[in-house]
Design a protein. Structure first.
Length: 345
């Protein structure tokens, strides 16, 4: 099993300086590179200080100049916000600049808050259909002289300019959950990213079973890789783990508030949740987070991640977004690199 880092700029208060947050993001990526992690992933979001990431290619190009070996992934591009010719060209140019280290993660997106601002009237189903049209188009444009008559984008014979360094283009990863998404990814020669979000080991097992079932439907397609994205905190002791569970539970309460898109937003920040609202959430709780996520001392984390390796996951991505201070994120990541990863060497 290989390991990666999934990270963004997170702004939870007007008092936080955005340039400082970016420097902290870069520092975490450099620790991951120096520690031998395989990839650093960062995504795309718009108008949300909760996750500041308007164009991941900009971040990855900068990281390429500040790291040595780590691969650089979009986790993930929001498919319906892109024209296929633009995405094919920008991804290819990024691949050239980063010396062939690009991994291209693509998803339909998650937040209706973004949908209604960037593509008004679009819902999640429509976004998924746009993704299904986009990915084959990008692959065709990298090969060159590709023509499309699509539902969303039609264009005459076109070639991506430039073309990527990597043969057949950067590896494409599809964020998948339901069986149809897994099958689409495999049929189109893509790898698969999954996350249980706030759910636990039962969902992690269900996701790999869905992936394996989809693989059996395409016996002539080489088995792609599957990556598990999971909130993780490597604790000093039980007290530290409890504190982390409370912090990550707060993160999920805010995630849920953004997802529901019912709360006022001003200057990129959602209206603050009260302690009473956090305590009254129907299924988010610190106890559930501690039970269902990898929030543990190193030995306990090793044992749990070993079960994911045995299930067949190829990559474990350390999701570090949590609303924690930079110092706490850094300490946890360093413990993961020094005390957990060697058990999988």
């Amino acid at each position: 099993m290989r390991f990666s880092l999934f990270a963004h700029m997170e702004r939870t208060s007007h008092a936080q300086d955005q340039q400082d947050l970016y420097h902290e993001f870069v520092a975490l990526a450099k620790i991951a590179d120096e520690g031998g992690m395989h990839t650093v992933w960062t995504g795309e979001h718009h108008g949300m200080d909760f996750t500041i990431a308007p164009n991941p290619f900009l971040n990855l190009v900068d990281l390429a100049r500040q790291t040595k070996n780590i691969r650089l992934g979009t986790g993930t591009i929001i498919a319906p916000f892109w024209h296929p010719i633009r995405l094919a060209g920008e991804a290819a140019m990024t691949d050239i600049i980063v010396d062939g280290r690009l991994e291209l993660g693509i998803a339909r997106g998650a937040y209706s808050y973004e949908y209604e601002r960037v593509v008004p009237g679009m819902d999640a189903w429509d976004a998924g259909q746009r993704m299904r049209e986009l990915i084959p188009a990008v692959q065709g444009l990298w090969q060159g002289d590709y023509t499309q008559e699509g539902t969303y984008h039609s264009f005459p014979k076109t070639t991506s300019s430039p073309k990527p360094i990597q043969k057949n283009g950067p590896p494409i990863w599809v964020a998948a959950r339901d069986p149809n998404s897994h099958e689409f990814a495999i049929a189109n020669g893509c790898h698969v990213q999954v996350t249980p979000l706030w759910q636990g080991d039962a969902e992690i097992t269900n996701l790999i079973e869905t992936f394996n079932t989809a693989c059996t439907k395409f016996p002539d397609v080489p088995r792609p890789n599957i990556m598990l994205l999971n909130h993780t905190y490597i604790a000093e002791d039980a007290e530290d783990a409890q504190r982390a569970a409370e912090e990550i539970n707060r993160f999920y309460c805010y995630f849920g508030a953004w997802f529901k898109n019912e709360r006022p937003v001003s200057q990129g920040l959602i209206a603050e949740l009260s302690e009473e609202e956090i305590a009254a959430h129907p299924f988010y709780s610190a106890e559930a987070v501690l039970r269902d996520k990898v929030i543990a001392t190193p030995q306990d984390a090793i044992a749990r991640i070993k079960t994911y390796e045995a299930l067949g996951y190829d990559e474990y991505s350390f999701w570090i977004d949590s609303g924690m201070s930079f110092e706490r994120k850094k300490a946890s990541l360093e413990r993961f690199i020094t005390d957990v990863m060697p058990a999988f060497a």
